[in-house]
Design a protein around this ligand. Sequence first.
Ligand code: XMP
Length: 331
Amino acid sequence: MNQAEKERAEKLGKKWTPKGYIKKEIEAIRQQVGDKKVLLAMSGGVDSSVCAVLLHKAIGKQLTCVFVDHGCMRKNEAKEVKQVFKGKFGINLIQIDAEKRFLDKAKGITDPELKRKCIGAEFIRVFEEEAKKLGKIEFLGQGTIYPDIVESGVGGHKAVKAHHNVGGLPKDIGFEGLVEPVKYLYKDEVRKVGRALGIPAKMVERQPFPGPGLAVRCLGELTKEKLDILREADFIFRDEMAKAKLDKKAQQFFAIMTNVKSVGVKNGARTFGYVIAIRAVSTSQFVKAGIVELPFKFVTAVAEKIATKVKGVNRVVWDITPKPPATIEWE
Ligand code: XMP
């Protein structure tokens, strides 16, 4: 057992239950934070959501959550986060609509790595500005989970990738320390804790969504037009997957804006529209991924629906490439 594994075993104890974990963690947060304040960047994802509710239960109004909408969120995402975390739980949540700012910064950038860097850097800038406005906040909350630690090569593990949650936000904002209440949990355990905390199933069971959001699913330059088209197509695909009860079969399923235009015909007239791709993968650890065999009838119906309903799209293709050699995201 290496150091990280020992810490995990110690923290969880032998008979692990979500309720027991919540109780212990609330106590631990109170011990660590005292009467000081915590700032948490919320993404709407499972990890930061569970982290937010745990922190809120422990320290209430001493917690401020910041949700930065970088314009690459999925349809209705910002609205749903507000409804659940501000509405249902009463969490002190600040939402920043920074779509224009991010898209202005990303203008003209087509290289995937540069797009990622641009979004990451702008995210930090927006977050820093917000943190400054809030005055002195001693702690930074983070939804780091156990695989993040493992993949980042901490605690005797070999580094796989520099994860966004580990050392992602700048230390020079001046925090005294980090509060990471789900740090020793695997994803399925985070979900169990989330359910026990009363977070709606829709949020707890959400598929993983990358930090840069739709930016890694929108090829070429990021524009509002392309992102809006992608949001609509993605919404239809995910909605149809849920309606057909196929959503439990895939760990990730989404649409991609390919940035390719082709000729089509709508209402008897020639169109020149975007090609949207759809992808559904099954994977246990996201290092390898297989293709989910969606019923062919279902796929053709979805393709037709997207190409008919979404303005600017006239063709849909199905990505049937496993990982490797492809990655899950197109970028
Ligand atoms: P790839 O595309 O490398 O993706 O096969 C593997 C898994 O990682 C997710 N992913 C990210 N998750 N921040 C995240 O939190 C990111 O920047 C990021 N990029 C990719 C991807 O969705 C898949 O689950």
